[in-house]
Design a protein around this ligand. Sequence first.
Ligand code: GP9
Ligand code: MN
Length: 427
Amino acid sequence: GNEIPEIKDYIEENVKVTEKSDMFGVAEGKNVIFINAESVQGFVVGKEVNGQEITPFLNKLVEDEDTYYFDNFFEQTGQGKTSDSEFLVENSLYPLSRGAVFFTHGGNEYHALPEILKEEDYFSAVLHANNKSFWNRDGMYRSLNLDHFYSDEAYEITDENSVGWGLKDKPYFEQSIKYLQAMEQPFYTKFITLTNHFPFELDEEDKSIEPYDSNSNTLNNYFPTVRYADEAMEEFFDHLKQAGLYEDSIIIIMGDHIGISANHNRAMSMFLDKEEITPYDQVQLLKVPLFIHIPGHGKGETISTVSGQIDLKPTILSLLGIEHKNDIYFGNDLFAKNRKGYIALRNGDFVSDDYLSTAGMCYDVHTGELADVEEEATSEEEATTGTSSPCDEIAEKVELELSYSDNIIYGDLFRFVDFAEEKQVEK
Ligand code: GP9
Ligand code: MN
């Protein structure tokens, strides 16, 4: 049956923040430039390799007074990788536990950022120099109500300006500027970089730092390509300034998902100077950087509350001063005070203000020590199951949220919701 009323009730009670944040409307009417930074993980920010900074530009941004940096921000993708991260950001719904929702449910009804922003006279576009059908982007973007997709056909791609997966990030950003300049404002645009993609190939002339030296070529080569992406983003900021687009825009940079998998744990533990990578560490490595840069704002800081990709949609809407009371989503405005307090990973693991749950174990999130199992049962139900863990309460919510999100997608339930009509009724 149609579960929408039940899901809405759950969201009203357990997800939505009750008060607008202080940041509501600070970027009203501004352009939004969102950079999906391919495979950039949080562990590189502020770190060095061979005595050299890996991400000098991002490191400067951390300190920038116009930038909020979220250093406890998690990727929540599944098998759909980049496309899952896009799905999370546009919808504040979870991707699926198997397959890529962009492929399996690209024709569903959604209520995504481009659609909501269109009502506020925003023009939306994605700029990404790859084939438009990769990840079924062209199909899904239609369902998300995106106005335009500048794919590989919009770029001049040659042997000289390509490496690995295609057009290098520097010429990609450079060639993109003319499209931004010609674009109707305000706009909501997403840039998806490509050079820092597995297997992290880079031409000699583009290497500003030397590879690492470990038993993993993947990890070794990751650092020079991350640095290349860092430089490309710095150049992009300069292009935006030169084009007169910087002042009227907010720029968001987000790592889409991890670049270095658990297969490289030996090398990773060497780099991080740890004896081993524990299951707790493995989850901590799912952190990706998130920057929200608001030119002229002057109040930026580093925010360390637990957060994730599911939070971007409500955050962007809040920054732009757009109310969306009847929307159905699972994230929270990153600047709100009474947030949910946990981030669900697609496999049911989670990270909360206090705990980290993975592989059936419950850790103290701050110390990485196993959290005590309460010996004494406090209810009949617990008495029959034997033990209870301090992670149980949130684990239940996580399971419920993931299943509600899945049901919305599998049942294409937004077909039955008239978001616009409800908006009118409320007024
Ligand atoms: C392809 C790019 C990479 O267009 O977004 O996708 P990924 O392999 O990271 O999901
Ligand atoms: Mn990716």
